[in-house]
Design a protein around this ligand. Sequence first.
Ligand code: URA
Length: 235
Amino acid sequence: MRIDKYLANMNVGSRKDVHKLIKQGIVMINGEAVKTPKQKVVDTDEVMVGDKKITYQKYHYFLLNKPKGVLSATEDRSQRTVINLLKSEDRYQNLAPVGRLDKDTTGLLLLTNNGQLNHELLAPNKHVDKIYRAKIAGVANEETIKTFAKGMILGDGTQLKPAELKILNQNKDEDSSEIEIKIQEGKYHQIKRMFGACGMKVVELHRLSMGNLTLGNLPIGNYRELSEEEIKTIK
Ligand code: URA
């Protein structure tokens, strides 16, 4: 790979920035100053910019605790996206959310620039369990549990896979419930539509986990890199 692409991919700067660094003579491959942006670099080379060693990492994986009010998208003309929540040095090329959470949904969202893995995790035949907590306007009961467990059919005819509903709290006076739900797929507005089909409304929705990935105590709005172990489990 060309050294300018290598450094741009590692977010040292734009290609233009990298060309400037090369001109300044501070980009080194195996101890020798790079003379041209076209110079090739291979995995075993030691690349330095000034006194900073640059280790090539092709793919990046971030776990975000998404706050309300941001879009699960890579860019938008007028609204903030999850990419805007990242530090500029973490905004790697082609970084994108794996699936979507609604603008008003909070919780676990995986971001990666591994397009192939992103695609595979979203494939309809890939069952990645997702667990959500929600506040519901309406009283969820045994009937709701059974309806979800059977695999319900939504208003537009979409057949859903069985979902596991746990009722954490029921308040008949306030006509509200708190629930936890495990779903196997990720259809558009799925949980909102499931409760809607039972005459209830999702008031707050928060994703706790996706497959083996969990948020732990990552504060809302924060993010972290996945560990090697976590990367293995999602693959
Ligand atoms: N289901 C929804 O309705 N919204 C989400 O954001 C995620 C699941």
